[in-house]
Design a protein around this ligand. Structure first.
Ligand SMILES: Cc1cc2nc3c(=O)[nH]c(=O)nc-3n(C[C@H](O)[C@H](O)[C@H](O)COP(=O)(O)O)c2cc1C
Length: 156
């Protein structure tokens, strides 16, 4: 098996979740539009991630769509450490809450979507959550970063 799967064009996103008083966020790329009318998306989340347990329990999330100017530190902060070990929002002042009460990331993003889980597909290591969109907002006209941009710029 070579790296052909990475030639699929994916964006990169901050998936934010909340359970009780615990806010968390992680980077994901496994996102697709499932249906346009009504609006539904599918997201793939590793069971090992803290975000998985929170999302499975709460059933709601936000997805902030990252732009090309996103610095590496954002990927490191949300994607290379777990909310089990750190409070990822302790020093984050550039966050806002959407109508569902969850954080979204207003900087380095061009839009956010709020999702409500309708179905879950168990894929052993991961769960694919199918969600309806309950709120969405365009935040800028910045171009979305792709996973290939990330691999080319940050994974040398
Ligand atoms: C570029 C990039 C893409 C990622 N894509 C996914 C993904 O699609 N799904 C997923 O579950 N985790 C993905 N991850 C891994 C999670 O972001 C990572 O495991 C994170 O530390 C989980 O944090 P948590 O334990 O606080 O939820 C990705 C990480 C990076 C850096």
């Amino acid at each position: 098996m070579d790296t052909a799967i990475f030639n699929l064009t994916h964006g990169l996103y901050v998936l934010t979740t909340r359970l009780g008083e615990k806010d968390n966020g992680c980077i994901i790329d496994a996102v697709m539009q499932a249906t346009a009318m009504p609006q539904r998306i599918a997201i793939g989340v590793m069971k090992h991630n803290l975000s998985h347990g929170i999302l499975a329990a709460s059933g709601i999330f936000n997805l902030s769509i990252l732009t090309e100017d996103t610095p590496q530190k954002v990927f490191q902060h949300f994607g290379l450490q777990s909310g089990r070990d750190v409070n990822k929002f302790e020093k984050c002042d550039e966050v806002q809450r959407s109508a569902n009460g969850l954080y979204f990331i207003p900087k380095y993003t061009n839009a956010f979507l709020s999702g409500k889980v309708e179905q879950s597909i168990d894929l052993d290591t991961h769960t694919v959550f199918i969600a309806s969109i309950t709120e969405s907002r365009v935040l800028s006209d910045g171009k979305g970063i792709t996973y290939n941009d990330y691999r080319a710029n940050f994974r040398k």
